[in-house]
Design a protein around this ligand. Structure first.
Ligand SMILES: Cc1cc2nc3c(=O)[nH]c(=O)nc-3n(C[C@H](O)[C@H](O)[C@H](O)COP(=O)(O)OP(=O)(O)OC[C@H]3O[C@@H](n4cnc5c(N)ncnc54)[C@H](O)[C@@H]3O)c2cc1C
Length: 313
């Protein structure tokens, strides 16, 4: 491990960007998770050498963005965590006649990109101003809300694979679906996304953003530590309208007040498991599994977590 760390420090220019035994609770919106052996905040031109070193040294690695869709085990993560965040966060707006293109590095925060778009009178990202992920995490998950998702605007995605080769995907090659994309089946790191947005009416854009913020504040546990919707909607057909939200099934199963330790089902939205202050990853994990069991017993439906679990549970 010592050799890996000293080699990494030669590759990574920022001396504070390679951390040892870094608590993942600092890098997840749930605020839980044990330590990562090595935590690297990467820059795009360092990625090829970082990946090649880790593979050569047989050091496993995990890629994270802002940790807003993650449950990391209390035992932490062995090997290296490559965090795509503030060292890869450039955003460029290139104006066209009827719309603009936004070139966003994958560590740029989605709410910042969405706000820039809205402030520039560009429509298409209003749904995203409060989704606390990075562009990379949002593309990987095809994040969405209130009728929109990333696939509506993504024109192309750039990645780097395990051999350090740079790859380009057109939107139609990204296989976007409900909270999924081709990138969840590939071992590649998303480095950039190009988004296409149309010119819109600034007042209408602001009204739409405000109305979405009001809906969120009224229906979701804003300000509580969570990873957003804990479970995927259940598909009863091919369209989003034909999906059953998990909160309905959780309520039907009598689990709306369920808790384990300091993890509980949000009073405001039964589809959110929250860290009510001092929860462990084990509390959250146990509660998720109790919900899955009870929903299965009472309704016959098997809920699937939307959040990604990292480490050993
Ligand atoms: C309060 C709150 C509200 C939320 N609301 C919504 C919502 O309305 N809609 C919605 O869809 N989600 C929502 N989420 C969930 C979350 O914000 C999104 O899924 C977001 O897109 C995750 O991005 P991230 O950067 O945090 O990714 P992470 O959580 O760090 O990672 C998620 C997955 O993406 C992979 N990944 C991340 N970055 C990269 C990269 N650069 N290259 C390759 N793989 C990568 C990781 O390996 C992991 O498997 C919410 C979360 C919170 C806490």
């Amino acid at each position: 491990m010592e050799r890996v760390i000293s080699s990494l420090r030669k590759i990574v220019r920022d001396e504070n960007a390679v951390m040892i035994d870094e608590p993942m609770s600092r890098h997840t919106t749930f605020g839980v998770g044990g330590t990562a052996d090595i935590f690297i905040s990467a820059a795009v031109d360092e990625l090829k050498d970082i990946i090649s070193l880790l593979i050569e040294e047989k050091c496993p690695y995990t890629v994270v963005g802002n940790g807003s869709n993650l449950l990391v085990s209390d035992k932490g993560i062995r090997g290296a965590v490559i965090c795509i965040g503030k060292r890869m966060s450039s955003v460029e707006i290139i104006e066209g006649d009827s719309g603009s293109i936004i070139k966003a590095a994958s560590g740029a925060m989605l709410p910042i990109v969405a706000k820039k778009a809205c402030d520039s009178g560009l429509t298409g990202l209003e749904f995203a101003t409060q989704i606390p992920g990075t562009i990379g995490g949002a593309v990987y998950m095809n994040a969405g809300a209130f009728g929109g998702d990333m696939s509506d605007t993504v024109q192309s995605v750039t990645t780097i694979d395990m051999n350090g080769a740079v790859k380009h995907y057109k939107s139609e090659e990204a296989d976007f679906g409900y909270r999924t994309s081709i990138f969840s089946k590939k071992n590649e790191i998303i480095t950039e996304a190009v988004l296409g947005l149309l010119k819109g009416d600034k007042d209408r854009i602001s009204e739409k953003v405000l109305s979405i913020h009001e809906k969120r504040a009224a229906s979701q546990p804003v300000g509580k530590r969570s990873a957003g919707s804990t479970f995927r909607k259940i598909s009863d057909g091919d369209t989003p309208e034909s999906m059953t939200p998990a909160w309905k099934l959780i309520q039907q199963a009598g689990m709306k007040d369920a808790s384990v330790g300091r993890a509980r089902v949000s009073e405001k939205h039964s589809g959110f498991v929250i860290n009510d202050g001092g929860a462990t990853a084990a509390d959250i994990y146990t509660l998720i599994n109790e919900i899955i069991d009870q929903v299965k017993n009472r309704t016959g439906v098997t809920l699937e977590p939307e959040i990604k679990m990292l480490g050993e549970f």
